[in-house]
Design a protein. Structure first.
Length: 325
């Protein structure tokens, strides 16, 4: 009975053709191996963080519910006339403080304007402020924080001291001072103020994430191969450091919407004739006992919107944080 052969002896006896056939057979087996719970996909390739996150998000009911609510809010902010055919500025003092009636399910405000129409059109203001402020804060904070974390040195020191100064400014007090001299009734002064005071938080997150990412082996290998700083930032560091920024920015979006409503309530944010939930809440505050509907509907819309964005941010955080898997 022949003795069993070792793999090396079998390959040496088979020659180059046998070794090639063996390698091809192993390659074919790998290609046909389906994805499994070990973190590999089809063809034995490892799944990326983003593909894993998307798979988890699709199975998360919190993400699905919050996404549907946000999608609905975005649609009616772009086309409010789809569900509200009236004019939010049309007033009739004869209807002031009236409750619900046919054609006006939310009643009327102190000036006789339809509360339902104003709630629907106020969605545009809140979504515009939230999205534009979040994009501005994320871009400015990521740029400054990412450069400080990558280059370090005096640039990092200056940014650290600058963020300390901005963190020491109370947001509401800063808004009262900054916006009290603005006479515009558009959303852009409010957006500019939020960007001015909101970027330090994102900058610190981006700085720490870039510092962690640039210490990885693949970045060191790219540096050793002569890759430029711009290539390392764009191709290797940014895709692997952007996840924490996305999570914080998504959660902060709801905070910015509530901040706009707070500043408008205090009279320094948006001003008439702008349509804003904060303006309506401020106007209805003195009539809470006699006509609570004027306050409850815009406040309820604000609460649902902020909650939807915070829920979305929590779902994205759970999906992008490998430690929670």
């Amino acid at each position: 009975m022949p003795e069993p052969q070792t793999p090396d002896e079998a390959i040496s006896q088979a020659g180059a053709g046998g070794a090639t056939d063996l390698a091809m057979a192993e390659g074919t087996t790998l290609e046909k191996t389906p994805g499994g719970p070990d973190g590999t996909g089809l063809a034995g390739k490892p799944r990326s963080l983003w593909s894993d996150a998307w798979r988890d998000l699709r199975r998360n009911p919190v993400f699905i519910i919050s996404s549907l609510i946000i999608l609905f809010l975005v649609v009616i902010s772009i086309w409010p006339s789809l569900i509200a055919g009236g004019d939010p500025l049309q007033a009739n003092l004869d209807d002031a403080q009236k409750g619900s009636e046919p054609g006006h399910p939310f009643g009327f405000d102190p000036q006789g304007r339809d509360v339902y129409t104003r709630v629907v059109y106020g969605t545009r203001t809140s979504v515009t402020v939230g999205v534009c402020a979040t994009l501005g804060v994320a871009l400015l904070g990521s740029l400054l924080g990412g450069l400080a974390g990558f280059f370090g040195g005096w640039w990092d020191s200056i940014l650290s001291r600058l963020t300390d100064v901005f963190f020491g400014i109370p947001v509401v007090l800063g808004g009262l001072v900054f916006l009290s001299v603005v006479t515009s009734s558009t959303v852009w002064p409010v957006v500019g103020f939020i960007i001015l005071l909101g970027w330090p938080q994102i900058a610190r997150i981006a700085r720490g994430s870039v510092i962690t990412a640039k210490q990885n082996d693949y970045v060191q290998a790219a540096r050793a191969l002569g890759a430029s700083n711009s290539r390392m930032l764009l191709r290797h560091i940014t895709p692997n450091a952007i996840a924490p920024v996305i999570v914080v920015a998504t959660i902060a979006l709801g905070t910015y919407i509530s901040l706009e409503a707070t500043l408008s309530f205090l009279g320094v944010g948006l001003k008439d004739p702008a349509v804003s939930w904060g303006i309506d809440i401020s106007a209805a505050a003195n009539y809470i006992r006699n006509a609570p509907h004027m306050l409850l509907w815009p406040a309820g819309a604000l609460a649902i919107t902020v909650l939807a964005f915070i829920m979305l941010g929590d779902a994205v955080r759970d999906a992008l944080d490998p430690k929670l898997r």
